[in-house]
Design a binder for this molecule. Structure first.
Ligand code: SF4
Length: 231
């Protein structure tokens, strides 16, 4: 199995009835500003090269962002902050992401999410989070040979990711707690390369408009993660 093949299977998933209904309803009704566009309206696979050494883990696609464009963090204000920060630290070829085909390329980093369909009010249920976990397990297993660092955006992603990591790295008990700027070093369960886990507040408008999270704070965490790259 390859990442490209995995992405192809993800896109066809219909396992969560509530999310399937929501992503398709949003795609059919659209936001007025985007009424001339074709919405994606399907699961959004990870974005970035299969040999990435850094993974960025968000929450879920935004209804009128990635659920519209079909690419992670593309076409909404969360993505505006994330891609500007990624470009500033050398992880993205350009500071903006507007649509598939805009020329954006990621360098050594892959962006993904524990829930791959847009949820109502950006809130997946625990059952939906658990139903989607196997996709992330498969993605991390494929990334693992080169993967050295993960930046997790927000507490939801953190809670969702830890059970995914336990198959490949030893996660201590009690489990590491989420916080902005926290850094945890996890040894591999089988003597493979270790993984460094970073926490970062989510790039949501709720955090960035209030100043709780600035672009400089995102850059700082991304820079630290990029330094963990394999030699
Ligand atoms: Fe499938 Fe995940 Fe979407 Fe549920 S959230 S339908 S498991 S891709």
């Amino acid at each position: 199995s390859t990442i490209a093949e995995l992405d192809g299977r993800v896109v066809g998933c219909r396992a969560c009835p509530r999310l399937v209904a929501w992503r398709e309803e949003v795609a059919a009704t659209k936001r007025a500003a985007f009424r001339d566009q074709d919405y994606w309206g399907r699961p959004v696979p990870g974005f970035g090269p299969p040999d990435a050494s850094v993974a960025v883990v968000g929450l879920a696609p935004a209804a009128h962002g990635a659920n519209r464009t079909g690419r992670m963090f593309t076409g909404d204000r969360s993505g505006d902050v994330l891609y500007a920060a990624m470009h500033a630290v050398g992880l993205a070829s350009q500071p903006t992401a507007s649509h598939v085909g805009d020329g954006l390329e990621l360098r050594g980093v892959r962006i993904t999410a524990p829930v791959k369909c847009a949820p109502p009010a950006n809130k997946p249920t625990p059952a939906e989070r658990d139903a989607c976990r196997h996709w992330l397990v498969e993605e991390f297993a494929l990334l693992r040979p080169r993967l050295r660092a993960v930046v997790v955006l927000g507490a939801f992603g953190w809670q969702a990711l830890l059970p995914v990591l336990t198959a490949m790295w030893s996660v201590p008990t009690p489990r590491p707690r989420f916080g902005h700027g926290v850094e945890h070093h996890l040894a591999a369960v089988d003597g493979g390369p270790p993984l460094t886990l970073f926490g970062c507040y989510h790039v949501s408008q709720q955090n960035t408009f209030t100043g709780r999270l600035t672009q400089a704070m995102v850059e700082d965490v991304l820079r630290r993660a990029a330094r963990v790259r394999p030699g």
